[in-house]
Write a protein that binds this ligand. Structure first.
Ligand SMILES: C[S@@+](CC[C@H](N)C(=O)[O-])C[C@H]1O[C@@H](n2cnc3c(N)ncnc32)[C@H](O)[C@@H]1O
Length: 265
């Protein structure tokens, strides 16, 4: 982790699947390029790790692959099962086992929620056939640093910044490539780029983003103080994240393609 705040247990984040689709559909729509990187072939079996409401899993299925969705959140699993019309596995990405190996593991915007990455990478390797692909996008180093800084500063004004719990793992490309290589993958490609993303369906701007994704940053704030803290987050974020009447999240994304090498004795 690149931030010094206390790490949160993954179970602390509760997902609102309907709100996720309504306000944050950009998470999957901006990741169609990751599906292009995966380049699913008809008949291949692909596991979507942290599939959320299943929009990208549906896109992969539309390209002819057989997709198994998996997610650790029951509401997301139910939403994805409705969208895909198939069973979706409720499982923790840190430790999951499949009945048989898959041709590829795909993941978008989910790996950074899994804060013990070595366990995840080992589970993915175990799930793949030799030569199988691991293709993903996650938040990279300094992802949403402007948002986190505004939350920290707003909390500090009330002496509450010590209670922030960081739920994310945002690695640098070098760090993640080393992790993959140490756990049986050949890293074929990495990309790391800034992607300022308009929060077009968030009328309360960065405050809406924090309420959806950053609940562990603010769940210790007394309820009567929370609206003022979130207003202050917007004020502090505005100079860098509000332009021409539009709010932006300062995303930095890490994409990679890695290939599972034969297990050596
Ligand atoms: C931002 S959403 C992304 C969903 C989907 N991949 C997309 O592109 O829309 C992150 C997802 O990761 C899932 N997730 C978080 N921690 C997880 C874990 N330990 N194991 C499996 N899924 C996890 C969440 O439940 C959530 O559905």
């Amino acid at each position: 982790m690149t931030d010094t705040a206390r790490p949160a247990a993954p179970a602390d984040q509760v997902w609102d699947a309907d709100r996720y689709d309504r306000q944050f559909g950009y998470v999957s729509s901006l990741a169609k390029g990751v599906v292009d990187l995966l380049d699913p072939a008809p008949g291949e079996h692909v596991l979507d790790l942290g599939c959320g409401t299943g929009e990208l899993a549906a896109e992969i299925a539309a390209r002819g692959a057989r997709v198994t969705g998996t997610d650790s959140d029951p509401a997301m699993v139910a939403a994805a099962a409705r969208r895909l019309g198939t069973e979706v596995l409720l499982a923790d990405g840190h430790d999951f086992r499949l009945d048989g190996p898959v041709d590829a593991v795909f993941s978008n915007a989910a790996l950074h929620w899994m804060t013990r990455p070595q366990e995840v990478v080992r589970s993915v390797h175990r799930a793949l056939r030799p030569g199988g692909r691991f293709v993903a996008e996650l938040g990279g180093a300094r992802n949403v640093a402007g948002i986190i800084g505004a939350v920290r500063a707003a909390l500090a004004e009330h002496g509450l910044d010590g209670g922030m719990r960081m739920p994310w793992y945002f690695p640098s490309p070098a760090e993640y490539a080393a992790l993959l290589e140490a756990n049986g993958f050949l890293v074929a490609r990495t990309e790391y780029f800034a992607r300022p993303t308009e929060l077009s369906d968030c009328p309360r701007g960065v405050a809406d983003w924090v309420a959806m994704f950053g609940s562990t940053l603010i769940d210790h704030v007394p309820a009567d103080l929370l609206p003022a803290v979130l207003d202050r987050v917007n004020e502090l974020a505005a100079p860098t994240l509000h332009r021409d009447g539009r709010w932006y999240a300062d995303y930095r994304r890490l994409r990679f393609v890695a290939v599972a090498e034969e297990r050596t004795p």
